[in-house]
Design a protein around this ligand. Structure first.
Ligand SMILES: *Cc1c(COP(=O)(O)O)cnc(C)c1O
Length: 377
């Protein structure tokens, strides 16, 4: 029996192999290995795709977040509010500039930052609010922007899982002061290695980020301030330009796959993703909730179907953040999710047959469970 892959990068790249090899030849002949014309070209294309004026390409999504925070002057003594239910990189970027991550819980329906909890987390030291457009769906940006404006805070978007997702008709990434993307290979837009980018409409902030990205320098060996080496490779810029042209088609297929899962699983006890009325979900991940997650995970594994957990331990309970002093029970929604969620195979090249196979394993397992309950009750 063939495996059903969680993500299939091989098929995605096979379909565009010639175009990618052509990028390699071009960069090889020009020896433009770091930044250079391929990166500049991609920056222009991606800024215009998101609908913003500036894009600063960097070497991954974590450094994209760090770059924004550093360029805004956020550092030791400052606090940044983010969510407990995200990948650790969101919080690590805050730690990397010496600031303190302050967690809030997520909304149980959208799985994104609950705006109602933000105000209580604001202190004199708060500088920014950093929501995550989790699993491919926008957070409730307007509600968060309203709070941020009232308290004079920056709103920075972690859009690392949401390339092409929209909020009230606009693409995420340029809704606050800046938005950060990751091009890790498995993301909706991924390069063939590490990559990331910051999007903004603020030209001065963009200029500061361009300097900080490259050792605090615009002109070689003239350093205005101590910066970093967060540069993107030329090859990755070229690969990203090729792949960006396919992003909308890939996202449309992801939405089709989500619709099929929804149709096949809607009559079950499973909690399915809810599309909020405010925008278009791009399904970086298809995350369901189940009462007995482990039984489903085992059954899928036995059927050769790969699945994932995003995320099994919320950030406030990670050893890395033990020193922040959060206790178990503090963020009930994030904690509940961590033990009930399951990410099903989701990528643009999954076939309808594969989706049906995943659904039928889930349906059979749930049926067995309910039969057992009837017998024992
Ligand atoms: C992937 C991801 C990141 C980090 O991106 P890298 O390119 O792996 O550094 C940050 N935040 C979220 C929510 C992510 O999913």
């Amino acid at each position: 029996m063939n495996k059903v892959a969680f993500v299939d990068l091989y098929q995605q790249h096979q379909a565009i192999e010639e175009e990618l090899v052509e990028v390699f030849r071009r960069v090889l002949r020009k020896s433009s290995f770091i930044l250079g014309p391929e990166v500049v070209g991609f920056e222009q294309e991606f800024a215009s795709y998101v609908g913003a004026s500036e894009c600063i390409a960097v070497n991954n999504g974590t450094t994209a977040l760090q770059l924004v925070l550093a360029a805004l002057g956020i550092g030791p003594g400052d606090e940044v509010i983010t969510v407990a239910n995200t990948f650790i990189a969101t919080a690590e970027a805050i730690s990397a500039v010496g600031a303190r991550p302050v967690f809030v819980d997520v909304d149980p329906v959208s799985y994104t930052m609950d705006p109602q909890l933000v105000e209580a987390a604001i202190t004199r030291n708060t500088k920014a609010v950093l929501p995550v457009h989790l699993y491919g769906q926008a957070a409730d940006v307007d509600a968060l922007l309203e709070i941020a404006r009232r308290h004079n805070l920056y709103l920075i978007e972690d859009a690392c899982q949401a390339h092409g997702a929209t909020y009230k008709g606009r693409k995420v990434g340029a809704l606050g002061v800046a938005g950060c993307f990751s091009f890790y290979p498995g993301k909706n837009l991924g390069c063939l290695g590490e990559g990331g980018a910051v999007i903004t409409n603020d030209p001065e902030l963009a200029q500061r980020m361009r300097m900080l990205r490259d050792h605090g320098s615009i002109k070689k060996y003239e350093h205005s301030l101590p910066g970093y080496n967060f540069r993107l490779e030329g090859l990755q810029g070229g690969f990203l330009s090729v792949k960006l042209r396919h992003l909308d088609r890939w996202n449309a297929r992801r939405r089709e796959v989500a619709k099929l899962y929804q149709e096949l699983l809607s009559e079950t006890s499973l909690g399915l993703p809810v599309e909020m009325g405010w925008g278009e979900h791009v399904y970086h991940l298809y995350v369901i909730q189940a009462d007995d997650r482990e039984a489903l995970r085992q059954a899928l594994g036995a059927g050769g179907i790969e699945c994932g957990l995003h995320y099994p331990v919320p950030l406030h309970l990670q050893a890395a953040y033990a020193d922040l002093g959060y206790e178990k029970g503090r963020f009930p929604v994030s904690e509940h999710l961590s033990s009930h969620i399951l990410s099903l195979p989701m990528h643009p090249y999954i076939t309808d047959e594969e989706v049906k196979r995943v659904a039928s394993v889930l349906l059979e397992t749930l049926q067995c469970q309910s039969n057992q309950q009837t017998v024992t009750s």
